[in-house]
Design a protein around this ligand. Sequence first.
Ligand code: XMP
Length: 516
Amino acid sequence: MTNTIAILDYGSQYSQLIARRVRDQRVYCELFPWDAPQEKVEAIHPAGYILSGGPPSVYAENAPTLPDYVLQSGLPVLGICYGMHLLAHTLGGMVAPAGEREYGPAEIETLTDNLILPPGRQPVWMSHGDRIETLPDGFTTLARSSNCPVAAFGNESKRIYGVQFHPEVRHTPGGAELLRRFALEVCQVNPEWIPDSIIQHSVARIRAQAGGEHVLSAISGGVDSSVATALVQRALGDQLSAVFVDTGMMRKGERRQVEEAFRESLGDRLAVVDAAEIFLGKLAGVTEPEVKRRIIGETFIRVFEAQALKAGKPRFLVQGTIYPDVIESSAPDRAKAQTIKTHHNVGGLPSDLSFELIEPLRYLFKDEVRAVGEALGLPPALVWRQPFPGPGLAVRCLGEITAARLETLRQADDIFTTELTEAGLLGKNSGEAGVAQAFAVLLPVRSVGVMGDQRTYREAIALRAVTSSDFMTADWARLPMDLLARTANRIVNEVPGVNRVTYDITSKPPATIEWE
Ligand code: XMP
């Protein structure tokens, strides 16, 4: 592959965002730890390098350095924040503490014509403790701010640039344009990372890995496993079999949706396993959240194993790992230390059930996965499905899980999501105002009500709707009052067993998105 950019990660919390923003320009890029082996980085044939932000000072003991091969390549380089300091430091300039740490919005002014910044002033987001005091030979100051005499520098003939601010964050509105200019004009890559080429690329890779072999896919009903399955189907045709385990913990209509999306292309090679009774049996009487999760995880593996054996235990298993999962797991210091919730997915298969993995989405961000799903013709309801936890409705059915309580929850949840979708607040076109995730939770609490002169004593539904960009933090969605009123009214009237509806107004943290 050519037309790519390599990003060396120096540990900034924004590193993943840089990759995200470069991909927005339809340019393929990958994020590597700054000390990754040279061959690994060069394997993507980069047309340029971006150095991310990172720790406070290039003078600190054991501070990460700039690998020699970057400058030796003669390719364009863009250093961001720490990356800029590293360029200055390595090339013979001087970096020093800025007196005061500068964090937050600032305005920069372009001083000379250059390839990466437009003329005039623009708002940017700063976050640094050091700054450039002396430029390396051959470099000029491209922009300054009132606090920072060298807000951007460059050497246009060497095509090396540094910026003190963060072009990758939304608070730098001109940041996308800067990255576009660097990628397309300085590195001169063709913006060819579009769904059709992603599909072509993946199909070729899947064929190279597993051509001629029998492959199994576990469809969960979610976006990732659906798109991964559709890609493998495109690449390998009837070598693929798929399994969908209906745990009985799915939302309303989800099983039908999966069958509709895949039955035509897979025919008999799609096995839909109705395992609701097995799961309910194992969960009987269990109320503790972590125990529920463990039982569901284990039961899933057993049901899946039986199915895999039935399918002749293929050598390969399709897994819908996406790029943010890969980045997170390769950056140990950024990974969460404490287990808040035991997440369940097929990655946790025991060693006696081992497969070689095919991970066609391994280098894709979520919105790229969706674009590919649309290009492959998957139905919008699947492609734009909101995230859904592995244990499904089990973690939204607080207290004991029974078929009747699950049905109550399913009905309430369907009313809520239908109302949100009809109001344009959920799904593809919901935009900035949209809700990232919304669902109903059934509480094991009964309260007294009155309906048609009759006393009622029934359970309560809590509605949860959050806005979030990464699901690591979230805020409760400020939903229109009339929508909440209509939803509550419909739930109490249409769902037997419920006489009270509340709306959850806690953010994450301190709460989590799911209730268990
Ligand atoms: P929390 O509740 O931890 O959820 O704030 C963050 C996001 O993760 C989803 N979630 C899960 N996803 N398996 C998954 O694949 C799980 O076990 C699981 N538990 C929570 C949750 O829906 C939210 O989007």
